[in-house]
Design a protein around this ligand. Structure first.
Ligand code: HXC
Length: 555
């Protein structure tokens, strides 16, 4: 019986699609699952809204003939690429398939990634890379290196144009790490992902150090020691859900305004608890996250189809989330505060939140960690976050309680001068709406740096107990009244009196208010109301910087 060509064509297409879905084959799929890792395609489905993924280039193959490679052809060549939606908003995705040559990057594989990056730029939508790769495809040599460079170039050119997000779901080694490093946010999975310039074997040969994969470049290391990663997730599922959450706070591209959603939280909410957060003794610590969580929107806990599985994984691993402060939030609600780099330089807090439904970037000193001092790590962490927000029209909200910059040889020899200058530079060049709440201390140079009026902040308020001064009262009294104190009959009494005198004169918000350096002194309980009113007022803000090729941030 003659076959209908149309049917054989359809069958061929169907077979090719099925073959492409199999990646490196059943055996390797089993091996991936046995490692407790999902497949590249499964990850995409968990990341995107159901039914929205559109794949491109499923039939691309490599073009290598060396080392018997012509015998090993896998459709898609180790990376799945396409577009889809997160909460209905367009995103572009690539997901490396470890079952095909260990997800290694060939020329064709790189072209596929570049194609979705180019489309993301044209369409003005975020690009999300799920990395799981043995690095350069060894059989392709320099072609693979060229492919990496093509990606790096796009990472750089698209920086500040569209948001770029990387998740490391397996190995990411050698020069390959520099693509995620240029992107805006890096997610890692505890115990499953590794990032390093050279692995433990090379380290041993070169520096004679013995170090495990995990210690050298695991999620814990990069979320606490190096600050390379912004999120260390308990498992892949949480990682992908966190990416969805992050996307909800950021615009599609640099031209778009910060996202706004309908808030279920009262914009006129007075929060009396805020009047009691600051301890009476100004040397005692308190948790700035409590203030942030009380001020920002509380939102209904979102439901995800993967909630049950995430809870199950959590129970199995006996992990407990440190995010949010549940006791401050109504049952069934969560704080909209979403912290980035929670474990790195915890003396400064960075993260996204919503105020009256408007996405904002929060930067805050944390008095409960090293008294909230600005050291090198805190300055660099804060500066990069501020620049991301400014690049993507996200207003900045600063909560300030800062005793100054960290003194000492450790900091000076590593360049606290130029590193601290990064934070100053970032705040000063930012032209998005900028708001500051001084909760307690604003001392010295750190007062200027932390989004002061002088560097173009729009709305600066202080709480009544704020101390805006060159330094703390005790230190100031010791210096400026030294002679009188030394000459006094009772130097201790004289010192105490002088400290009081200084406090009365300078350690308050009214001296700054007198000069208009703060716009108002407000009751802490009204902070949310005041910030929301200011944010609404600032919606039409227009400001620009002098024309130039680009500035020269102290790197
Ligand atoms: C080609 C590779 C590969 C690579 C792994 N495979 N890495 N094929 N090029 N770079 C293949 C393996 O041959 C194997 O094929 C399959 O992927 C799975 O690898 P395994 O070793 O069996 O897996 P595992 O034990 O989990 O180890 C994973 C690994 C290891 C740690 C990634 O494979 C590894 O060390 N690979 C080499 C890493 C590397 O040195 N890459 C170059 C880095 S330099 P089969 O057929 O058995 O399934 C670099 C430069 C980038 O990337 C520069 C940019 C500027």
């Amino acid at each position: 019986m003659p076959t209908d060509k149309r049917i054989t064509d359809l069958l061929k297409l169907h077979n090719m699609r099925e073959k492409a879905k199999l990646g490196g084959g059943e055996k390797r799929i089993k091996a991936q699952h046995a490692k407790g890792k999902y497949l590249a395609r499964e990850r995409i489905f968990m990341l995107l809204d159901p039914g929205t993924f559109e794949e491109y280039d499923a039939f691309v193959t490599h073009r290598t003939h060396d080392f018997g490679m012509e015998e090993q052809i896998f459709l898609g060549d180790g990376v799945i690429t396409g577009s889809g939606r997160i909460d209905g908003r367009l995103v572009f995705v690539f997901s490396q398939d470890f079952t095909v040559f260990g997800g290694s990057l060939s020329g064709a594989h790189a072209e596929k990634i570049c194609k979705v990056m180019d489309m993301a730029e044209k369409m003005g939508a975020p690009v999300i890379g799920l990395n799981d790769s043995g690095g350069a495809r060894i059989q392709e040599g320099v072609v693979s290196l060229g492919g990496y460079a093509d990606i790096f170039l796009r990472n750089v050119l698209m920086s500040g144009v569209i948001p770029q997000i990387s998740a490391i779901m397996g190995p990411c080694a050698g020069g390959a790490v520099y693509s995620p490093a240029i992107t805006d946010f890096i997610f890692m999975v505890k115990g499953k992902s590794h990032m390093f310039v050279t692995g433990p074997n090379v380290v041993k040969t070169v520096t004679h150090e013995e170090v495990t994969f995990e210690d050298l470049g695991g999620a814990k290391t990069h979320s606490t020691k190096s600050g390379v990663t912004h999120f260390a997730c308990d498992d892949e599922m949480q990682c992908l859900q966190h990416i969805r959450k992050l996307v909800s706070y950021i615009p599609q591209n640099w031209r778009e305004k910060t996202p706004k959603r309908v808030s279920v939280d009262d914009a006129d909410r007075i929060e009396m608890e805020l009047n009691h957060v600051i301890p009476e003794d100004n040397t005692r610590p308190y948790d700035m996250k409590k203030i942030i969580n009380l001020v920002v929107d509380q939102e209904e806990k979102p439901k995800s189809e993967f909630d049950e599985e995430i809870d199950k994984n959590k129970k199995e691993k006996k992990t407990k989330s440190t995010k949010g402060l549940p006791e401050l939030v109504k049952p069934g609600f969560v704080s909209s505060f979403f912290e980035t780099q929670e474990l790195f330089a915890p003396n400064i807090i960075t993260g996204f939140a919503r105020l009256d439904g408007i996405s904002v970037g929060v930067i805050a000193n944390q008095p409960s960690k090293m008294a909230g001092v600005l050291d090198i790590d805190a300055s660099v962490k804060g500066a990069r976050f501020v620049r991301f927000c400014d690049a993507f029209n996200i207003p900045l909200v600063v909560f300030e309680d800062v005793p100054g910059f960290m003194p000492g040889t450790f900091q000076e020899w590593r360049g606290i001068i130029k590193q601290g200058a990064k934070l100053l530079y970032a705040f000063a060049e930012a032209t998005v709406p900028k708001l500051t709440v001084i909760t307690r201390k604003a001392y010295g140079g750190a007062y200027d740096v932390m989004n002061s009026k002088h560097i173009r902040a729009d709305y600066n308020i202080a709480w009544p107990g704020a101390e805006i001064a060159v330094m703390g009262s005790a230190g100031a009294a010791e210096i400026i009244f030294k002679k009188e104190i030394d000459a006094a009959k009772d130097p201790k009494k004289a010192f105490d009196e002088k400290v009081e005198e200084f406090k009365e004169k300078f350690a308050n918000p009214y001296e700054a208010a007198k000069f208009g350096y703060i716009d108002d002194v407000v009751e802490p309980s009204e902070t949310r109301i005041k910030l929301i009113k200011a944010l609404r007022m600032l919606q039409t803000k227009v400001q620009s910087n002098p024309k130039k090729r680009h500035g020269n941030i102290p790197l």
